[in-house]
Design a protein around this ligand. Structure first.
Ligand code: ARG
Length: 498
């Protein structure tokens, strides 16, 4: 397909789409042993440039660190280092200005940059690749990309936590039914419900921060066996903010488990968002009616004028499927590959790039929805009342008066059957009716079925009693403040160029 047949690519690199044909069939840097040009169709199958151009800033950072290190160990002369760094600066400026001459024939971003560098500085450009292979280069670029991605996710997770904490503060005193099996189970505070998601996101943030421990500096591995130069790999690692140099060259170029772990952490977070999205879909339905989503986050129907659909939340729920697919895809890609590098591995970037973009989009969308949802306190309370969610407390009340729990459970069940049949709340049952079920009932029963008292009774740490929820809220605010300052200040894995 020619580019004119396609809609414009919203993610095209600056300067426009990469031509799918054109200069492509000129001499390749590795072309020495070949007599014929590549088939145009193979060129398209083979090229990662249409998507790996997003690695360009990381490739430039990695090349600068590599060149400086080659200078420091005496493999490059000081003036060569200076000329190469100036050339790399010019490449970067051309990219920023949208003036970089993209060409599919370069195959990938690494060769595109080296080709342009050579156009600019002459044959010296080829020296940038001394002691390096695209196999270790691409792993480095992806690690730098993922480090940025993880830092970005962390900030957005914290933003969502902040939105949830504010929603929890806004909903102090709001009681809604807590569910099991999607049946009304026990009344809980809405703030408690929001804080459950804060707990999940705290763990997601912990996993994101710990991911840096798996991100090792691969450069110096060469194609697979190491290289013939006494490289200072620690120097490159320091400059780029890595704590650890990959100790085995073959592992460094062959493994993708840090990428897999990244996808796994991102997917875990997407699953949490998907569950929260599902709550918003349910709660905003006419059946539940606990919240209203703003017009800005809902869509109308093209045929049913009365509809206000929670598409934003539905899409966040749905996108979790793609996260799982990409995680599974990377596992399948790596499974059974012999050491070391295989071209299959080029596909990893498709999953990683999509997951980064989608997670940022989902996190930002959830923050916006949580910040703008309106709570219908009365509807929530009526639902909690109507579900006889105080029944467990009535049973406990009879237990406190000496009945074995099983018997208390049975009597309370009969009580619920009585009121449910007549559509009455538990508080409307007369003392005579109660006594006919069990002589142990007295007027203190009416305190037990008071929703706020039921909620206030859940005093075990982590429970839904207002004072326990207040503790959780304040702990979460503390956690947010410390984590935010840790992430902002040092920034895990942040190098000087970051
Ligand atoms: N574009 C390639 C990738 O993403 C870079 C590494 C190419 N290595 C090779 N031996 N052809 O995996």
């Amino acid at each position: 397909m020619q580019s004119s047949d396609r809609p414009p690519d919203p993610k095209a690199p600056p300067g426009g789409e990469i031509p799918l044909a054109g200069e492509g069939r000129r001499r390749k840097p590795w072309g020495g042993r070949f007599h014929e040009n590549q088939a145009p169709l193979f060129e398209r199958l083979n090229a990662s440039l249409p998507y790996d151009y997003v690695l360009a800033p990381y490739d430039l950072r990695g090349s600068r660190a590599h060149v400086r290190m080659l200078g420091s160990v005496g493999v490059l002369a000081p003036d060569e280092v200076g000329d190469l760094l100036a050339g790399l600066d010019q490449v970067e400026e051309e990219m920023k200005a949208g003036a970089f001459p993209w060409d599919l024939g370069d195959e990938d971003v690494h060769m595109a940059i080296e080709r342009r560098l050579t156009d600019i500085v002459g044959s010296l450009g080829g020296k940038v690749h001394t002691g390096r292979s695209r196999n270790d280069q691409v792993v480095l670029d992806v690690q730098l990309y993922l480090r940025d991605a993880v830092r970005g996710h962390l900030g957005r997770v914290l933003d969502l936590v902040s939105a949830l904490l504010q929603a929890a503060e806004r909903s102090t005193g709001v009681v809604l039914p807590g569910y099991t099996h999607l049946q009304r189970a026990q009344p809980v505070l809405l703030a408690h419900h929001f804080l459950a998601y804060v707990s999940m996101l705290e763990r997601d943030a912990g996993r994101l921060e710990r991911w840096f421990e798996s991100s090792w500096m691969p450069l110096g591995a060469g194609a697979l066996a190491g290289v013939n130069y006494p490289l200072d790999r620690e120097m490159v690692a320091r400059e780029l903010g890595f704590e650890k140099v990959a100790p085995n060259a073959m592992d460094a170029v062959a493994s993708r488990d840090a990428a897999f772990e990244y996808l796994s952490v991102a997917t875990g977070c997407a699953l949490h968002l998907s569950r929260l999205a599902e709550e918003l879909v349910l709660w905003s339905s006419q059946e539940f009616g606990f919240i209203t989503l703003p017009d800005t986050w809902t869509s109308g129907s093209s045929i049913m004028p009365q509809k206000k659909n929670p598409d934003g939340a539905e899409l966040v729920r749905g996108k979790a499927a793609g996260f799982l697919g990409r995680l599974t895809a990377l596992g399948a890609l790596v499974k059974g590959l012999p050491l070391a590098y295989n071209k299959d591995l080029q596909e990893d970037k498709l999953y990683l790039f999509a997951t980064r973009d989608e997670l940022d989009l989902c996190l930002e969308s959830m923050s916006a929805m949580v910040a703008t949802l309106a709570i219908d306190e009365d509807r929530a309370r009526v639902a909690a009342e109507g579900g006889y969610a105080q029944a467990t407390d009535v049973a406990d009340y009879l237990v406190a008066r000496g009945l074995p729990f099983r018997e208390a459970h049975h009597i309370t069940g009969r009580l619920v059957a009585l009121v449910a049949g007549q559509g009455r709340p538990l508080a409307s049952v007369t003392l005579d009716e109660l006594r006919s079920l069990c002589p142990l009932f007295d007027s203190t029963y009416y305190q037990v079925v008071d929703l706020d008292k039921v909620v206030a009774g859940k005093i075990s740490p982590g429970g839904t009693a207002p004072r326990r929820v207040a503790e959780q809220l304040s702990d979460a605010f503390d956690w947010l403040t410390t984590t935010r300052s840790r992430v902002q200040e040092a920034g895990p894995g942040a190098g000087p160029d970051a």
